[in-house]
Design a protein around this ligand. Structure first.
Ligand SMILES: [Zn+2]
Length: 83
């Protein structure tokens, strides 16, 4: 197997790593609630996409009286542990 002849210098390593950086993602403003959201995704705070309700939110569960699936899973898990 081919092996590098020399150790890469700190300078070469640094130059290679100049491209490794965290870039802030572009955010768009939700037209319904004005919250900053990722583009082309349903708004996590109000659950709408292009003005249409597409996902359930914590508030919608409370308003409709439905049980939050996450809460339901917690209840089932709690029951299974109490024997
Ligand atoms: Zn929203």
């Amino acid at each position: 197997m081919a092996v590098p002849k020399r150790k890469k210098s700190k300078s070469k390593r640094g130059k290679r790593r100049t491209h490794q950086k965290v870039v802030a993602s572009n955010l768009s403003i939700c037209p319904q609630c004005g919250e900053a959201t990722l583009p082309h995704r349903a708004c996590p705070s109000c659950g709408t996409y292009k003005g249409r309700a597409v996902t359930e939110t914590k508030e919608s569960y409370i308003q409709t009286g439905k049980i939050d699936p996450w809460r339901q899973r917690q209840k089932i898990a709690a029951k299974s542990y109490t024997v």
